[in-house]
Design a protein around this ligand. Structure first.
Ligand SMILES: Cc1cc2nc3c(=O)[nH]c(=O)nc-3n(C[C@H](O)[C@H](O)[C@H](O)COP(=O)(O)O)c2cc1C
Length: 310
């Protein structure tokens, strides 16, 4: 499996997710089967302005490589500058042309650029010429999605990621996998299909239907980083093998062990992982209520531990 000149161990990609994809989480997803992990979207303008907290987000660790660093922005020169800096710690530079968040749209970035195909071309073309690693683009759907995909290819991108919803949809409705199929039929670079892949069967179905080359998983990985192993298993055996609730809580402890080495994000983020990993479990209401009130990692570990100890 290749994106540009980069070899990947499989076709399973962790989606970029703000407030979720800290280094320890990415390493956990890699350990549980992701062939490629992504950072959250990172503001190119802030990199250009040498904002310290933003530069810190570019940090990557050998345990998680290969990694894709996702940038957002609309200014070509700033994007080129940011990509050059990001290249030092990345294996792929991904550009966000899909974020519908008003803060991003109001800057003319993310999904706002879907209305400016020429600018999309210029941003990718500028970055491709300025870095040595593969460049990819992540889009959502609009009426020009095929034209935009062709422009992305023409600009020299090594792959295109399609979250099969319009910006207006947010997360409502079902992802339109048929549009991924159409895009795949119209470009020659690898297509990474994304949207509503929640199980091994979903992974199998989207690969069969669209013939896309890779699949990207977001929310299902957010609540269960072992989803990648589950998908690998299904693709081999055509049967689901899901991890137990207990194993999911154990994944949280694995996360903390990795974070002990590579560093913790803000406590709020760690709490969010605990809430995400425990979501959908049986008899979990009081645990989740308690988690929301906790103020430090030791108490959080204690609560999670007591949930699985008889
Ligand atoms: C909490 C959260 C944060 C996200 N942050 C980003 C982001 O930084 N960049 C991006 O391109 N998409 C972002 N997305 C969208 C996901 O990458 C993905 O396209 C979307 O969730 C659909 O995939 P899924 O159905 O597998 O979740 C985010 C989604 C979620 C749920």
């Amino acid at each position: 499996m290749k994106i540009g000149n980069l070899n990947l161990k499989n076709n399973l990609v962790l989606a970029p997710m703000v407030g979720i994809n800290d280094p320890a989480f990415r390493i956990l997803c890699k350990k549980y089967g992701a062939g490629l992990v992504c950072t959250e979207m990172i503001n190119a303008n802030a990199i250009f302005k040498k904002n310290k907290a933003t530069i810190k987000k570019l940090e990557s660790f050998k345990e998680e490589r290969p990694i894709s660093i996702q940038l957002f922005g609309a200014n070509i020169e700033m994007m080129k500058y940011a990509a050059k800096i990001a290249e030092k710690t990345a294996d792929i530079i991904d550009i966000n042309f899909g974020c519908p968040d008003s803060k991003v749209i109001n800057q003319g970035s993310g999904a706002a650029l879907l209305k400016r195909p020429k600018r999309i071309f210029e941003i990718i073309d500028g970055i491709v010429k300025n870095v040595k690693i593969p460049v990819t683009a992540k889009i959502r759907l609009n009426k020009d999605a095929i034209k935009i995909s062709k422009l992305i290819e023409k600009a020299g991108a090594s792959a295109i990621i399609v979250h099969a919803r319009t910006p207006k949809q947010g997360y409502s409705g079902k992802a339109d996998w048929n549009s991924i199929k159409e895009i795949k039929e119209n470009v020659n670079i690898p297509v990474i299909g994304n949207g509503d892949i929640c199980s091994g069967k979903d992974a199998y179905d989207i690969l069969q239907l669209t013939k896309c080359d890779f699949i990207m998983i977001g929310r299902a990985a957010m609540t269960n980083p072992a989803i990648f192993k589950e998908i690998e298993y299904y693709l081999k055996k055509k049967e689901e093998k899901k991890i137990s609730d207990r194993e999911k809580i154990e994944l949280f402890f694995e996360y903390t062990k990795i974070a002990d080495k590579v560093g913790y994000p803000k406590f709020e983020f760690v709490k969010r992982h605990a809430l995400n990993f425990s979501s959908g479990m049986r008899n979990v209401v009081s645990l989740r209520r308690k988690i929301s009130t906790l103020k430090n990692i030791e108490d959080l570990k204690k609560e999670m531990d007591s949930f699985i100890k008889p």
